[in-house]
Ligand binder design. Sequence first.
Ligand SMILES: NC(=O)c1ccc[n+]([C@@H]2O[C@H](COP(=O)([O-])OP(=O)(O)OC[C@H]3O[C@@H](n4cnc5c(N)ncnc54)[C@H](OP(=O)(O)O)[C@@H]3O)[C@@H](O)[C@H]2O)c1
Length: 229
Amino acid sequence: MNIAIFGTGSVGRTLAEKLVTQGHSVTVGTRNPAETLARTDTDMMGNGPFAPWHAANSSVQLDTFANAAAASEVILLATNGLGTLPSIEAAGIENIGSKIIIDISNPLDFSKGMPPTLFVSNDDSLGEQVQRAVPNARVVKSLNTLWGGLMVAPELLADGNHSVFVSGNDTDAKATVSSYLTNWFGWKPSSIVDLGDITTARGTEMYLPLWLRLFGATGSGLLNIHVVR
Ligand SMILES: NC(=O)c1ccc[n+]([C@@H]2O[C@H](COP(=O)([O-])OP(=O)(O)OC[C@H]3O[C@@H](n4cnc5c(N)ncnc54)[C@H](OP(=O)(O)O)[C@@H]3O)[C@@H](O)[C@H]2O)c1
């Protein structure tokens, strides 16, 4: 498949690495490819600059958000939360159309230091904002409750017996995304919890404050919740 990943951070890179090993054509979207390749800084999580990673993963294409969207059948949103809507705007509604968007981003605001706060919550969510920005697109919020390494390798914990959520208005799109979770990343169908329409993204986004405390308490992102009934 032709897959666009918006985001050059650790999540975008992790997803891209996994998907190209499976033979997919992956284009990572960024604001300005030349500037992204010229950067030499390390991000706040200690991830190195994009260029050395890209040199080691040269089958991954780097392009603008608009070109990445135009070339893709499905779009994975892995931008900084504050950059999510700007990335959609830059991509252009005409390049997104009715494609499936898997929104992995979280509405985290680091401007007041650690831990971050949520810049949208309670009666709205970033997932809903994305859906409103591109009404014809089929937005499915998923994977945002997991550390990037676990998104693409659920077997790293409890033999893969833990939970991942999908939220979205389009039932067929959620079924398609669930098949991607299984076929691309190895999630067991029994681990995938359909929460309902896109408003249920409020729940997974508002889980982040707890996830961040669990990360702080355990010192590792290799953790998850398992819904048992
Ligand atoms: N880290 C994790 O394990 C994890 C787990 C679950 C969910 N998430 C979520 O996944 C997303 C990506 O996280 P990350 O740590 O990989 O990367 P990140 O540093 O949060 O985001 C990097 C990306 O955001 C883009 N961006 C930043 N400001 C922008 C703006 N104003 N307009 C357009 N784009 C902008 C950057 O564009 P350029 O390429 O142009 O610089 C870059 O591609 C976040 O929303 C995060 O909350 C992360």
